[in-house]
Design a protein around this ligand. Sequence first.
Ligand code: NAP
Length: 465
Amino acid sequence: MTTAQHITQASYLLAAALFIFSLRWLNSPKTARQGVAAGVAGMVFAIGGTLLHPDIVSYKWIAIALVVGTVVGIPLSWVPLTAVPQRTALSHAFGGLAAGLVGTAKYMLWLEDGGLTHFRTAAIVVEVILGFLTFTGSLMAAGKLQEVLPTRPLTYRNQNVVNFTLLGIAVLSGIYLIVNPETWQLFPVVVVLSLVFGVLLILPIGGADMPTVISLLNSYAGLAAVAMGFVLENMLLVIAGALDGSSGFILSVIMCRAMNRSFTNVLFGAFGQVSAVQAAGEARTVKSATPQDVADILENASSVVVVPGYGMAVAQAQHRIRELYDQLTKRGIQCRFAIHPVAGRMPGHMNVLLAEAEVPYTALAEMDDINPDLPQTDVVIVVGANDVVNPAARHDTKSPIYGMPIINADKAKTVIAIKRSMNPGFAGIENELYYADNCLMAFGDAKAVLGDIVKALSGEAVAIH
Ligand code: NAP
């Protein structure tokens, strides 16, 4: 091996180790920044090592690609946090497209110079199928999340049969191609069917289920990168792709478990369809409270738990929550945050927003850790959370969220729910918590209501909204 090759291999080894540490450190808010830095450093070593690679044919094209990638990538990082799921979907789409195009280019090059072996063709077929279906599937997911495409599930009769027939034809054509690598006529068939399958796979899935689908597509993009690593004989790509693929898969499993849903239900259940709010037998009433009432209740409490949800993200109320936390802790009132694994619309949504507002991560507690403390808690403030505190999940076998683990906010002595109306959340169902005797509704935008509560706590006059 030449010196350049040695340096390339050493930087790949370093990059692989950094990627593994990065994932490990991203596991906890305490080390998350370190994790991001390790990931970036790993990428620098990976790119640096590749640039030294003696087989590089053209630095000019690499420079052009780096410029284009930077020009597209920088504005993509400016999106607001609420748009991160669709931005992530776009990144996966690019990853899938890159894998699909590299596979296509390699197939054509090897077809020309007679370099196609069965193994190489097998790696290319896997790369191309997963790459192109991830490309169109992720574009559809991004479109649904951005609402440029209809977010409701688009279904028709025998949809799953049609989808799997298409995928079946693509896979069979791929197998034929592996056995007879020179049958180039089948290659475009595999490409087109994979592109179409990506679209058809996502159409019947509701917009709100997209975060789960995106982490699944993330794992497909990772597997496509593994196949690309075999095609390009690049072990770092194989390692990085395997890490990407497995972490995406683990994340989708965690999300499905936290929603008590199965993969098949997410992929084929057309769940995101928001059903009309159930007509309750008799008209029930709720009790409302003003920000001043809430402040009075809080002043007499000794323990408070805040349950943030999707509404906190919509209202961007995390800074007001931090101010509330400061006011309460200043008075010696214990204030903690109960984080449900699927609160919001993406994994870690609440943690990221609270970290942005510099809420100490030691005040954050996971659902299973905080639930046993809730019956002894004086006040639970539910900020724009709905499904994740709906007691129906515990006992109503007919409820679409039956079996989903929830934060037992209803068990606290007093519950204050901040939301704008009686509208349902993501699952489209009524929440019996709001009608409970110990629950008070503080209606309004979470940011405004919390701002008024903080003002009232600090003795300022609060305008009546
Ligand atoms: P949710 O059930 O969707 O409810 C959010 C509530 O926020 C709504 O009821 C809404 O009521 C309120 N809201 C919206 N804007 C608001 C504002 N500006 N101010 C105050 N309130 C506002 O949210 P969640 O309890 O966080 O549950 C998350 C749901 O998403 C779960 O069903 C979960 O399964 C699903 N999901 C999550 C993920 C994930 O990764 N986190 C992925 C896929 C699906 P109003 O309109 O009345 O204000």
